[in-house]
Design a protein around this ligand. Structure first.
Ligand code: ZN
Length: 247
């Protein structure tokens, strides 16, 4: 599922260092095209997703994903070698320094996204200009910076990617993706100003009526989830009956 080119997006930060080596604007943090995600056990039809709102069948409690551990080799405090395994006083295996004992805790990163809505109630999506998901539709968003609030991050990403200003509204949903070590929050947002601008991240800006969303061309599982959850809240009459798109 993980493509090597995507892994740069997932080089996790270690919260003891408050540093991560990934780039906010490079690969979309919600990396996996939904067609790459294995089927969930729960395929109960429209409106459902995997058990506990998971994007894949990767299990909980399995510790740091191997692709992420592979990128964490040295202690951020002393430069010593990190070893993954049991640590006294810890309830799960950790990455600990062989020299100084410093534990490198690995936590998911937050991806802040918006579902921008126009004055006449349509949805803005961007056609992605970079991989992953290049050429497909997704909502604007990116990694939250350590020095901003979630609303600030949502406004910043929207402005950077589309040239448009938004007023950030209610949370549509919060989605865990264990396989990518990210948590994605999607806000409803009202477009308030700016000039639509094509950027390297957005090769096209699309405006879609709620019942004309480009489902087959959507890049990411979490985009589908957020749009589905938004429709359920704002436009419950719009049918969610396209098999395979709503898991
Ligand atoms: Zn150390």
């Amino acid at each position: 599922m993980e493509k090597p080119a995507d892994r740069d997006a997932h080089v996790g930060h270690v919260h003891t260092s408050h540093v991560h080596t990934s780039h906010v604007h490079a690969p979309h943090p919600d990396h996996a095209p939904h067609s790459d995600v294995p089927p969930a056990d729960d395929t109960g039809g429209p409106g459902t997703r995997g058990p506990d709102a998971r994007a894949s069948d990767i299990g909980s409690g399995q510790g740091t994903p191997p692709w992420l551990s592979a990128s964490l080799n040295h202690c951020t405090r002393c430069g010593g070698r990190l070893r993954h395994g049991p640590v006294v006083g810890e309830d799960r295996d950790r990455l600990a320094c062989e020299d100084c004992g410093h534990i490198s805790y690995v936590n998911p990163r937050l991806v802040v996204t918006t579902i921008p809505i126009t004055d006449d109630g349509r949805v803005l999506l961007i056609r992605r200009g970079i991989e992953p998901g290049k050429g497909s539709w997704a909502q604007p968003g990116g990694f939250l910076e350590v020095d901003e609030t979630v609303a600030e991050g949502a406004r910043r990403e929207m402005l950077e990617e589309t040239g448009l200003e938004v007023e950030v509204g209610e949370i549509i949903g919060l989605y865990t993706r264990l396989e990518a070590a990210v948590v994605v929050v999607a806000f409803e947002a009202r477009i308030t100003g700016g000039t639509p601008t094509i950027t390297p991240e957005a090769m096209e800006i699309g405006i879609f009526a709620p019942d004309e969303l480009p489902w087959p061309g959507i890049a990411f599982t979490t985009t589908i989830w957020a749009l589905r959850d938004w429709l359920a809240r704002r436009h419950p009459a719009v049918p969610l009956d396209e098999p395979g798109l709503y898991r």
